[in-house]
Design a protein around this ligand. Structure first.
Ligand code: NIG
Ligand code: FE
Length: 411
């Protein structure tokens, strides 16, 4: 199967050989090709070039992209897309002056979602999640990570991961799964955190690993949730099952979770809204990707991750949605890219690099995703007619996507 895109106004993120990640000043460069063509074959990027020198392709299905920009689909490396129900009441409570912390301490928050999920059948959970997945695919996401963490019992955690695996089977989007049993201490274990950590280590992890349900391991390292010592324990335990860490750290407090993540060779450390110079130094020289989640900052009115500071320190940065019912009920990567420019002062080039190549790295998908490179997956966004790629984050409230191609097929 072949598909040819012609008259492309500008093809973004064109790399002859793609680097696995981009750091510091490299993030300012977004290589492009103007007035180009792109040939897809058998679900992969086959070749591309300038329209002046287009080869004679006869009898090939063609999409005329005149006036349109083409770029790789977004790589969303941090979501909790599999969840049951919503929490709009907590949203209203926060408008009325109650804090996120206060709501969580009164049985809302993660525990509220866990109760809902435990009482939802696997089929219902699948159907609710499939709808969200279909929506984000239409919004241009071509690879996504999905975490557990709203189950908090062995059965419910496994149910979440099975749903994520089923979605991966049924949809043409690449899905990585992460075990986040240590997301919150369930009510049953109130005052007995050690008991819950034992359950994770002795029961959940072995079962999840035996069924091959997770690619990565995560923990919410935060005051009132899990400590740096707990993080050390869970990540060490995960290593026994070859689960590389991708962790939640520094959302509200800088506890030292980042250095602990780096010590365990975490693929990514995510959130980082509250960041110290010590945290930045811990990341230097590591292979750990810092991941910012600006929609979460927007929705909770908490600080934005100092992405400018991280990049100026020579570090890489990835952008993701954090799609979940409590802190980010949105899986829209276009909004993430725009918000990173508007609020975090990333340039459009930096934001697009962070949401494609660096997002792919944070899911272990550098070899196949995140750039227009021969042999990589034919996962593409074709925009509507727009004046320039800077218009994407600029016109932040408009849907500028015309078509999405996954594995070489228009979805
Ligand atoms: O990444 N911070 C921890 N977990 C989720 C949100 C939890 C919730 O409120 O449901 C997050 O923001
Ligand atoms: Fe999260």
């Amino acid at each position: 199967m072949k598909l040819l895109l012609t008259n492309i106004k500008e093809l973004l993120q064109v790399r002859e050989t793609a680097p696995i990640m981009l750091s510091g000043l490299e993030m300012k460069e977004l290589p492009t090709l103007k007035n180009g063509w792109l040939l897809l074959e058998n679900g992969l990027i086959h070749s591309f070039g300038k329209m002046e020198a287009i080869e004679g392709f006869s009898g090939v299905n063609t999409i005329d992209c005149a006036g349109k920009i083409v770029l790789p689909t977004w790589c969303d490396s941090h979501t909790h897309l599999v969840y049951a129900g919503n929490r709009e009441q907590e949203f209203v409570d926060r408008i009325n002056g109650h804090s996120y912390k206060e709501i969580a301490e009164n049985g809302g928050g993660i525990l509220n979602s866990a109760k809902k999920l435990q009482n939802t059948s696997e089929t219902d959970l699948y159907n609710q999640s499939a709808k969200r997945l279909e929506e984000v695919m239409q919004l241009g996401t071509g690879a996504i990570e999905i975490k557990s963490g709203y189950g908090l019992t062995t059965e419910a955690e496994m149910k979440m991961l099975r749903v994520a695996k089923q979605l991966a089977k049924n949809y043409p989007i690449d899905i990585k799964t992460t075990f986040l049993g240590a997301h919150a201490i369930p009510s049953k274990y109130k005052g007995n955190k050690e008991g819950y950590l034992n359950l994770i280590c002795e029961e959940m992890l072995p079962k999840i690993a035996a069924e091959g349900l997770a690619d990565y391991i995560d923990i919410f390292c935060e005051e009132g949730y899990f400590s740096v010592a707990d993080t050390n324990r869970i990540l060490s335990e995960g290593k026994k099952y070859e689960l590389q860490p991708k962790i939640h750290a520094n959302q509200f407090t800088a506890l030292g979770g980042i250095a602990m993540g780096v010590k365990h060779n975490a693929l990514s450390v995510d959130h980082l809204e509250v960041l110290t110079d010590k945290d930045i130094n811990a990341l230097k020289g590591s292979r750990t990707m810092p991941v910012a989640l600006p929609s979460c900052s927007y929705f909770l009115s908490i600080p934005y991750t100092p992405g400018r500071k991280l990049i100026d320190a020579g570090l890489p940065l990835a952008l993701a949605t954090d799609y979940n019912p409590g802190s980010t009920p949105s899986g829209n990567m276009n909004f993430v890219v725009a918000t990173a420019c508007i609020k975090m002062k990333l340039t459009p080039e930096e934001a697009i690099n962070a949401a494609t190549l660096n997002g792919a790295y944070a899911m272990g998908l550098s070899a196949t995703h995140g750039s227009i490179t021969k042999g990589k997956k034919a996962n593409l966004i074709i925009t509507k007619e727009i004046p320039s790629y800077g218009y994407l984050p600029y016109a932040f409230g408009s849907n500028l996507i015309d078509q999405v191609i996954l594995n070489g097929d228009v979805i």
